[in-house]
Write a protein of this length. Structure first.
Length: 185
């Protein structure tokens, strides 16, 4: 059974703001139950943010401060190589393919440059070629593959182990500064 529209089509603008995660955002990062079982991972990441080891960037709607997208930046794991690690990049499905992920990546790269990092890395699941294409379009290059796993406990006490098979993509943050042309006066 098909339905016809009742009334004319209209557009609702949704202003977004990219900012670090706040404690009151944590329940919203479960995205209406989609990531509830990751509550422990989200809380652990937030505690690392409190210690200054990472930043959990998110794009939030100005109307109700709902985080519709996120990317997390790890400053510690590859600090010796002056490389920041990005992970947990996701955009809620109804907002995908609107440039929000690109803006989050650019904001993460700017944060790393501001802190003096020379490089950035991100993983793309090997069964997600769209993510790889996005990262390559933004200047990242595949430097290898990685197979590992991570574990967590769900809110209902079940242990989960998640295998990961991903491409590792790398970008030299200094390249963009060398290739940009100065603005004319």
């Amino acid at each position: 059974m098909s339905r016809t529209a009742v009334g004319p089509r209209f557009i609702v603008p949704v202003p977004l703001l990219i900012r670090p995660c706040r404690e009151e955002d944590l329940p919203k990062l479960e995205w209406f139950g989609l990531f509830t079982e990751h509550r422990e991972l989200i809380r652990n990441a937030f505690e690392r943010q409190r210690r200054g080891e990472i930043v959990m960037l998110q794009a939030v709607t100005e109307a109700n401060a709902f985080p519709i997208a996120q990317v997390w930046i790890d400053f510690e794991r590859k600090r010796a190589a002056s490389t920041g690690l990005l992970w947990a990049l996701r955009v809620i499905e109804c907002y995908q393919r609107m440039g929000i992920g690109t803006r989050l990546l650019r904001a993460a790269e700017a944060e790393l440059r501001h802190r003096g990092y020379r490089c950035v890395e991100i993983g793309a699941e090997r069964d997600n070629p769209d993510a790889r294409r996005l990262y390559e379009r933004l200047g990242y290059r595949v430097v290898g593959v990685d197979q590992h796993s991570y574990s967590y406990t769900t809110p209902w006490g079940e242990q989960r182990r998640v295998p990961v098979d991903e491409w590792i993509l790398h970008k030299d943050l200094r390249d963009e500064h060398r290739t940009r042309t100065p603005r004319s006066a």
